[in-house]
Design a binder for this molecule. Structure first.
Ligand SMILES: Nc1ncnc2c1ncn2[C@@H]1O[C@H](COP(=O)(O)OP(=O)(O)OP(=O)(O)O)[C@@H](O)[C@H]1O
Ligand SMILES: [Mg+2]
Length: 252
């Protein structure tokens, strides 16, 4: 497998206190890996360390042949690793068009001639936001805003797109709609690393799944296999488990 992203022995945390205790993962070129796990298990910490938002205490992060471990967050974005955090991922006072434009400006500096071509290409993936181009992002619904966040990331031509809980706070209908779009993006051959609290939805668009528990990789398996693993329900619903929980439970 040709890996687009390889994380080895990653330790990271806050104020010297480790949260991740040696995490290994690899995402194959053009494939998707979905991370699931209980609240507080270190999922967001893992993505923040990969994106360069918190320092790495030990281990390495590489994208293809590029070592990202000591690179700034901005350097990683320029190298093609684009992170969409769970919150604060759009500028609410700016219009949708201005949000999309920001990514372009950051990445292409001065090559404004091709902006309209890129905008058209991205809007083809996100037709739902097309009618709202001149609306301030803060006035959109949660689902629309999340689409703007992902669309803005796509303006940066990511080699690896990293999403933290894209469906958080969305109604089931909007979450499904967003995942249809994520699936559409997948078809373009993009490499994707994602956390998703809606286990079934998150695994449905991925080849591989990974379960993170207390900063350790507890389990990794093909996503379709993991989606059918009913023992995951016990893990998410507490030590006593819930034998009543159907395999389709949304673990929140
Ligand atoms: N900024 C921070 N400063 C100090 N500790 C933090 C900080 N952010 C998270 N933590 C701690 O790190 C641990 C892992 O948190 P993290 O946000 O990575 O979990 P998570 O798996 O993403 O959880 P959730 O499913 O609730 O989003 C928790 O114990 C949390 O309290
Ligand atoms: Mg989190």
């Amino acid at each position: 497998m040709s890996a687009a992203l390889i994380v080895s022995g990653l330790r990271a945390g806050y104020g010297g206190k480790p949260v991740l205790h040696g995490v290994d993962l690899a995402v194959a070129q053009g494939s998707a890996l979905t991370i699931v796990g209980p609240n507080g298990s270190g999922k967001s910490t893992l993505l923040k360390a990969i994106a360069g938002q918190i320092p790495v205490q030990a281990g390495t992060i590489a994208m293809g042949d590029t070592d990202l471990t000591r690179m700034s967050a901005q350097g990683r974005t320029r190298a093609g690793l684009v992170f969409v955090p769970q919150e604060g991922n759009v500028f609410r006072n700016m219009t949708v068009r201005e949000n999309l434009r920001l990514g372009w400006d950051f990445h292409h500096r001065g090559a404004a001639g091709r902006l309209s071509v890129k905008l058209d290409a991205v809007l083809q993936l996100f037709p739902e936001i097309k009618p709202h181009m001149h609306t301030p992002a803060g006035l959109l619904s949660g689902g629309q805003r999340q689409m703007v966040a992902v669309a803005s990331a796509m303006m940066l031509d990511p080699r690896v797109l990293v999403l933290d809980e894209p469906s958080a706070g969305l109604s089931p209908r909007n979450a499904r709609l967003l995942f249809e779009i994520i699936d559409r993006i997948r078809q373009t051959g993009l490499t994707l690393l994602m956390i998703e609290q809606n286990v079934q939805l998150g695994l449905s668009v991925a080849e591989q799944g990974l379960v993170l528990v207390m900063g350790h990789v507890r389990h990794r398996a093909p996503a379709s296999e993991l989606a059918q693993d009913t023992s995951l329900a016990a893990l998410f619903l507490g030590a006593s488990g819930s034998h009543d929980a159907p395999a389709t439970t949304v673990f929140e």
